[in-house]
Design a binder for this molecule. Sequence first.
Ligand code: FES
Length: 81
Amino acid sequence: MKKKLIEIEWPNGNCTLAEPGIDWLLIAEKAGVEIPTGCLSGSCGACEIEVNGKIVRACITKIPFEKSGKIKVDFSSDPYW
Ligand code: FES
């Protein structure tokens, strides 16, 4: 069965397609978007992004299945602090 691809709109305005279940950090890197990281284990919060308005920690979260087929990603804080 073919998996449905999700369209992801990045903070820089680029859009890419990705399969649900893939790591956020991996797909962001492929899209040329740098998500800041720290601990890579879900405790520091450096990698927080907004996924359709909901804050998640990118290092421990995977791309969700989204009925609409679209996800908008924003940085939840200034990525260059
Ligand atoms: S890198 Fe620390 S919570 Fe994700």
